[in-house]
Design a protein around this ligand. Structure first.
Ligand code: ATP
Ligand code: MG
Length: 445
């Protein structure tokens, strides 16, 4: 993309309504624009990152054997009456009436609808296990929408639902979700720690929230510092391997790590003092096994191998796709702007022409642009007739991890500069080598 033809409405001033850095940078970098409280338009740069995050979520869910589908944002109130949640959901649920007087709602989650699909089409244990998921807009009329996309009213969420014959099978689905979520967040350059969470009115022990540590997080968390040393890394995972998935769960959840709702001070205090940490975190996902709660209420049964009707065991599992943009920026920025991890960056590499109109510089930039594009990458070429300082500041703000700077002085010696946004370190290379290096960096991502 050539910046002169793009739509990137960068703000010079800090917007006064933004209290935290991610919200401030998303507004300043022209990624989002508030449409009304807690509801945002996704401008081109914001949409690019949102799509990258969505893609990673899809890829990791499909890898785990989960099946994508899409359910509508507007649902009938009837199903929610059947499950008993229509009244209980309270004011967070946005309700409306259509022209025939039928009560509708904007989906805050989709346990009822997915269970309705299941009960209509699945009747035998032979069709299990089954995990369906979607990535769809949700609406919750949050009392205090704030921090930009972190606590919106309209937000983009992955919600997945497993249907299994037995509790044991459903717990394997739970473990599969845990492992696939760990991999998802790591690909985004994030450490999200699974923490024992509160299961709310439904009860049960099987729920974990995934938290990204950040001062601006809304949750208070307590953990053993050793949990921050664990990562999934490049290890091979076989999602059908029950013992392996259980092993990963144990590895990641045996050390103390809890949100304030489940925190037990006496247990925490038994840790050596130098490993005890209390901090703040951003909830970027949650997994939940709830047994037959919804299948009992909605009559989602299957015939088992003895010919007997039994309710299916279910769980639901969510990832805050739009919230993740905020969480990634909270975890990765400096005082000049965002620093995107390679896995989610909106463009792979910036190209800054410090002397637009100089024949050699223009030609070198064109060559680099074409070579990166031919290699399957998306560069963002700042080809505007602007001062170099302004171009650098703009690139730093939007946070592309790599920048190639081209100017007449370097070109006299046959070199351009390749700069890492994260470290600020630059290297002088020939244009060909600079391109080759960027291509190589992304080959592993
Ligand atoms: P919270 O405690 O932050 O209100 P929740 O526990 O009610 O969230 P879930 O029902 O677990 O949310 O939804 C799954 C994921 O969706 C959450 O882990 C979070 O990342 C995201 N999410 C929930 N509410 C919002 C919101 N208002 N804005 C953006 N993302 C949200
Ligand atoms: Mg939650």
């Amino acid at each position: 993309m050539r910046l002169s033809r793009y739509f990137l409405p960068v703000l010079k001033e800090n917007p006064s309504e933004a209290q935290i850095v991610s919200h401030r940078y998303m507004l300043r970098a022209g990624m989002i624009k508030q449409a009304s409280a807690g509801i945002y338009s996704w401008l081109p740069l914001g949409l690019k990152v949102l799509k990258k995050i969505e893609n990673i979520v899809h890829e990791e869910q499909v890898r785990a054997g989960h099946i994508p589908m899409l359910m509508p944002t507007l649902q009938s109130a009837d199903l929610w009456r059947e499950s008993g949640r229509y009244d209980g959901y309270g004011k967070e649920m946005l309700r409306m009436t259509d022209r025939h007087g039928r009560e509708m709602l904007y989906t805050p989650t989709a346990e009822e609808l997915v269970t309705d699909i299941f009960r209509a089409h699945v009747s035998s244990y032979k069709d299990l296990p089954l995990t369906l998921y979607q990535i769809q807009w949700k609406f919750r009329d949050e009392i205090r929408p704030r921090f930009g996309v972190m606590r919106g009213r309209e937000f983009f969420m992955k919600d997945g639902y497993n249907f299994d014959l037995t509790k044991e099978d459903a717990l394997h689905a739970y473990n599969r979700h845990l492992v696939s979520y760990l991999r998802t967040y790591e690909r985004m350059g994030l450490q999200a720690i699974p923490m024992r969470a509160d299961s709310g009115p439904i009860g049960g022990d099987y729920t974990h929230e995934f938290l990204v540590l950040a001062e601006t997080g809304e949750s208070e968390v307590f953990y053993d510092s050793q949990v921050t040393d664990i990562s999934l890394g490049q290890r091979e995972i076989d999602y059908d391997d029950v013992a392996q998935c259980q092993g990963v769960l144990e590895e990641f959840t045996s050390l103390y790590a809890r949100t304030d709702e489940t925190h037990v001070a006496a247990e925490f205090d038994e840790l050596p003092a130098d490993r005890r940490r209390s901090a703040r975190g951003i909830e970027v996902g949650q997994i939940f096994y709830f047994g037959t709660t919804y299948s009992d209420k909605l009559g989602a049964n299957v015939v088992n191998d003895q010919g007997k009707q039994v309710p299916v065991h279910m769980g639901s599992h969510g990832i805050g796709v739009s919230r993740l943009l905020g969480a990634i920026i909270e975890a990765s920025h400096d005082d000049k702007g965002i620093i995107w991890p390679e896995g989610v960056t909106p463009f792979h590499c910036g190209i800054v022409n410090v002397r637009q109109g100089d024949t050699a510089a223009d030609a070198a930039c064109e060559g680099i642009y074409k070579a990166l594009t031919a290699a399957g990458l998306e560069p963002l070429y700042d080809d505007r007739d602007e001062r170099a300082g302004g171009k650098f500041a703009g690139m730093d703000l939007i946070g592309l991890p790599w920048r190639i700077t081209v100017g007449p002085r370097g070109l006299k010696n046959g070199v351009v500069e390749l700069t890492s946004r994260r470290t600020g370190e630059s290297e002088e290379l020939t244009p060909e080598l600079a391109v080759a290096k960027v291509v190589e960096i992304y080959a592993g991502i």
